[in-house]
Design a protein around this ligand. Structure first.
Ligand SMILES: [Zn+2]
Ligand SMILES: [Zn+2]
Length: 78
């Protein structure tokens, strides 16, 4: 049995996800894993579950948000 790091649910099919530099976490669902691990867009704040767009120190969910935050010259890597 494993307990989810996010919601505390005790779930026998919980998954472990390791993150480079941050050790690993135990989650009962992708929703919880995303909540704990996915970076937030520097512009709109939504969770980035795809590739994202990196601009300087920030990461954005899409090139539109990167431009909205003042990062020029970025395009979606799809
Ligand atoms: Zn959970
Ligand atoms: Zn965004």
């Amino acid at each position: 049995m494993a307990v989810c790091d996010v919601c505390g649910n005790d779930y026998d099919k919980a998954m472990e996800i390791s993150v480079s530099g941050e050790g690993k976490g135990t989650f009962d669902s992708f929703e919880c894993a995303i909540h704990a691990l996915a970076p937030a867009c520097g512009h709109c704040g939504c969770r980035i579950v795809g590739h994202g767009v990196e601009g300087g120190e920030m990461i954005f969910c899409c090139a539109h948000c990167a431009r909205g935050a003042g990062e020029d010259g970025l395009s979606d890597r799809v």
